[in-house]
Design a binder for this molecule. Sequence first.
Ligand code: AMP
Ligand code: ZN
Length: 113
Amino acid sequence: MDCLFCKIIDREIPADIVYEDDEVLAFEDINPQAPTHVLLIPKRHIATLNDIADADRALIGRLTQVAADLARERGFAEEGYRVVMNCNEQAGQTVYHIHMHLMGGRRFTWPAG
Ligand code: AMP
Ligand code: ZN
């Protein structure tokens, strides 16, 4: 399968990996939009949020939990941070392997652009 993030999981493409377990990989975004901008992905290929099945519930929960752990580790959990998942073209999804953006270390505005 020609998937950029699967290639990062398989170490075919380098990335600055900050967390890994059996189910989840987290690495620095190549084009950071905040002092911390980490992407969290499931190791199993799922193309979009629309493809999540009942069996993936725990996995998606785990992504969120790892994001919160990283926010704590990096010292901005209390001041606040943003977690985003873009789904499909209109939301700006460019890589079709689901990923959670963890961004922190600056103030964010709302509504998102
Ligand atoms: P999205 O637009 O939500 O699909 O997000 C895709 C993200 O992947 C963007 O923030 C990109 O900067 C990031 N990205 C693309 N290629 C790489 C790569 N090789 N390593 C790390 N991050 C990447
Ligand atoms: Zn993939």
